[in-house]
Write a protein that binds this ligand. Structure first.
Ligand code: NOJ
Length: 777
């Protein structure tokens, strides 16, 4: 790279000098050897080249350094390490700074100190909304409504960009089949086909259409596919724990959502904390260079997870921070979140020849390109418009969307004798019991980054509003408390054990009612990062309270607020209805009241299996048959099953009830067979046979019966969410082509093998009532 031109320091606006230099440079490809641009746009490449050619090595390294905004966001630069780097113009990106005015102030300071006036890139974890909090991602995925997920991501991006943020550390697309792992709340469940579609919908919502030029709008931001890879397979569900995944599982299950995100044009990737098959991801060259960059052609920006380079030492992979810096740069990582490894050691590593300056240039080129694509060089303050912020954040349309998303995420797990809905016109005394009736703080769930927890609508408020002028009368008793974790004082986080002193009043209230509505769950800190559990039943003595309430003989409706599949085995046997509300976000109470009253007919279905107990974990619907499958025709001994519990889950993937009923009939194939290049169509008639208008998620499952690599007992290959008025019928059609029967062969390449296949069109993964077979020949 060329030497620094000192005269450039006299240039004022960065846009001006970049424009000038870009015009001067040839457009015949970039000068940075080994750098392939994300956009492929020669004009952008020339601009990146121009800026790079003016930078000192120290300045380049500064671009690769990311901090959390712990330096005074409302005053002069703080007198601490990060403040010092800022004063030297050596922070390329900051996260956790919010608000148009704050970000403007930080950007002004950065430009004051950055010799070349390179704008800083502001990032944040906008996981399920900025201030307008949508349901947690796992809940929202239960809507199976890709358009809804795209719209909430779009709204989140609009609010975030109005508040200064141009880079989002979302979506989290880690696959997991382990509800002990607290971060399942951030994902899209256990199925790779559905999760890949959800990944695309969310990336599209954050970034705009599948075209990098959309990033140039002031209301789109860069999305991050995280955490690459295998983070959700932490041993025993303990966060950050060791991960060992076969090459086949990586390719079949863990990679596809990331590949889908790339197909959708995702701009950045984040590393995973975990050790994958013996090599920590953040220093894994095979993963980041051979696979991500070379095999998949990803040319965007890769950032480490928080202090992940530093953690290479504890992993036993790097001798010290300097070694860690070398390992991660060699792996293909561009930006260091928090570790200060790059900013402290890269210069020395270049000078001693352990890494090349070209490696630094490639990383910096990727970072600068994103800043150009976002338009930050044209206007570093384009995300800092206070007026826009006031208009956009928590506007009525987004609050309404939060309501819609919350309704669409609630899963009705059980509804015996149609105890629900509790109609407004019915003359009923309802006992309202449990720690979640008036709970407000937990309703947003974890990662509600700027969601004001004091604004979420409680269940009680929602019900009071819903039933204000009705015949339904409520009496309330809390009964018990949610246990909390004090991580500072308790080594083992069992939670404090709440006492039973509230039980008697609760039972009394219950006795004087016609129906009991119980609102229970987990405190929001019990899921999310570093919130793994070994016991996934309702925490504390909530079940004990339920047992006392059960003795009253009154029908019980249990509403659960939680961030993971729970073991609700006792509850499923002993209560009459279960409403899985998850953490519904800002409009929680209204959405649950809509469902309880029947004003909204529940339409969501599980995207993660609910086990009968934690011993069944990991559990998922798309298992292999084994050589000794559980089958009633075989002798009971020596089968692949448990002695103490059934193989089947409590509630399977794809399960979710409605207040109406749907009849599936007349499953037909237009052809019994197809061959290469061809396809067949499967159709089924669906009728709403109940008393409510409703929505149904119709699911297509396929099994390759015999193959050169054993296949699961069934795999989701399509779905359609339909709306039917009562009495109405429709025909749902699926096309089955090679893509639908393809799998990774012995050589890990996609293959469609000749043979016979089972096909089901079903209301849930355990519904086998509509089955047929076809042949691929
Ligand atoms: C650690 C988390 O693992 C990651 O998902 C997040 O983006 C960073 N912290 C930054 O908050």
């Amino acid at each position: 790279m060329g030497k620094v031109n000192k005269n450039i320091m006299k240039l004022g606006a960065i846009a001006m000098f970049v424009g000038t230099l870009a015009a001067c440079s040839d457009t015949g490809g970039t000068k940075v050897a080994g750098w392939k641009s994300f956009s492929g746009d020669p004009v952008i490449e020339a601009k990146v080249d121009s800026v790079l050619s003016l930078m000192t090595l120290e300045e380049k390294i500064g671009q690769m350094n990311q901090y959390s905004a712990n330096f005074a966001p409302t005053g002069e630069v703080a007198d601490n390490q990060s403040g010092e780097y800022l004063k030297r113009g050596m922070i390329g990106s900051t996260f956790n700074a919010f608000g148009a005015a704050n970000v403007r102030m930080l950007q002004e300071q950065n430009l004051k100190y950055s010799r070349l006036k390179i704008p800083m890139l502001f990032a944040a974890d906008v996981i399920h909304g900025l201030e307008t909090t949508f349901p947690i991602p796992l809940a929202e995925a239960c809507s199976w409504d890709l358009n809804l997920m795209e719209r909430t991501a779009r709204a989140a991006a609009d609010e975030a960009t109005a508040s200064g943020v141009a880079w989002n550390f979302a979506p989290m697309i880690d696959m997991s089949t382990d509800p002990r792992w607290g971060r399942v709340m951030e994902g899209a469940g256990e199925d790779v086909y559905l999760a890949s579609l959800v990944a695309r919908a969310r990336v599209k919502g954050f970034q705009g259409i599948s075209d990098y030029s959309d990033l140039n709008k002031n209301n789109t931001l860069i999305a991050t596919a995280k955490h690459f890879v295998g983070y959700g397979a932490a041993q025993a569900g303990r966060d950050y724990h060791t991960v060992d995944i076969s090459e086949r599982s990586l390719n079949e299950t863990y990679f596809p959502p990331f590949q889908a995100a790339i197909d959708e044009g995702v701009g950045s990737f984040m590393t995973a904390f975990n050790d994958l098959n013996g090599i920590p991801c953040t220093g894994n060259k095979h993963l980041y260079t051979d696979i991500l960059r070379n095999a998949w052609g990803f040319n965007g920006l890769v950032v480490t997870d928080y202090t992940a380079i530093l953690e290479l030492i504890a992993h036993g992979y790097a001798e010290d921070l300097k070694h860690g810096a070398q390992l991660s740069l060699d792996a293909g990582i561009d930006m260091d979140m928090i570790s200060e490894a790059f900013v402290t050691h890269l210069q020395e590593l270049v000078e001693e020849g352990s890494i090349s300056e070209n490696q630094v240039d490639v990383a910096v080129a990727r970072i600068l390109e994103m800043k150009f694509l976002l338009g930050l060089f044209d206007d570093p303050f384009r995300y800092c418009d206070v007026e826009r912020e006031k208009e956009v954040v928590m506007n009525d349309e987004y609050i309404q969307l939060a309501h819609e998303a919350a309704q669409g995420s609630i899963v009705l797990l059980k509804n015996e004798n149609n105890v629900l809905p509790l109609k407004k016109e019915d003359k009923k005394r309802v006992a309202l019991i449990g720690p979640f009736v008036n709970e407000r703080k937990s309703l947003n769930g974890e990662w509600a980054i700027k969601g004001d927890r004091s604004k979420s609508v409680t269940l009680k408020e929602g019900l009071d509003a819903k039933y204000a002028d009705s015949n339904v009368k409520f009496s309330y008793a809390k009964g018990t408390d949610l246990p909390l974790i004090d991580r500072q004082t308790e080594k083992v986080s069992t939670g404090n054990v709440p006492d039973r002193s509230g039980f008697a009043k609760a039972v009394n209230v219950a006795r004087n009612s016609d129906v009991i509505v119980v609102a229970m769950g987990e405190n929001y800190h019990w899921s999310g990062e570093a919130a793994s559990r070994t016991d996934i039943t309702l925490p504390g003595n909530q079940r004990d309270l339920l047992k006392e309430l059960k003795k009253t003989g009154k029908p019980i409706v249990l509403v659960v607020f939680n961030g993971r599949p729970l073991d609700l085995s006792w509850e499923a046997e002993n209560v009459d209805a279960i409403v899985e509300a998850w953490y519904p976000g800002l409009m929680a109470g209204h959405a649950v009241a809509d469902v309880l009253s029947g004003d909204y007919n529940p339409s969501a279905k599980l995207v993660m299996t609910f086990p009968r107990n934690v011993g069944q974990v990991p559990i998922h619907y798309n298992v292999k048959n084994t050589g000794r499958p559980f089958n009633d025709d075989t002798p009971a001994d020596y089968r692949s099953n448990y002695i103490d519990v059934a193989n089947s889950p409590l509630y399977p993937f794809g399960h979710g009830l409605s207040y109406t009923t749907f009849d599936y009939s007349n499953l037909k194939l237009d052809n019994k067979a197809f061959s290469k290049g061809g396809a067949i169509k499967a159709t089924i008639d669906i009728t709403n046979t109940g008393n409510y208008d409703g929505e149904e998620i119709v699911q297509l499952y396929i099994q390759d019966i015999t193959a050169s690599v054993t296949r699961p007992v069934k795999e989701l290959k399509g779905f359609e969410k339909i709306a039917l008025k009562k009495g109405e019928s429709t025909t749902v059609e699926f096309t089955i082509d090679e893509k639908a029967i393809e799998f990774l062969g012995v050589d890990m390449q996609p293959i469609a093998e000749v043979g016979d296949f089972n096909l089901w069109i079903a209301t849930s993964s355990d519904d086998e009532s509509n089955h047929t077979r076809f042949t691929y020949n």
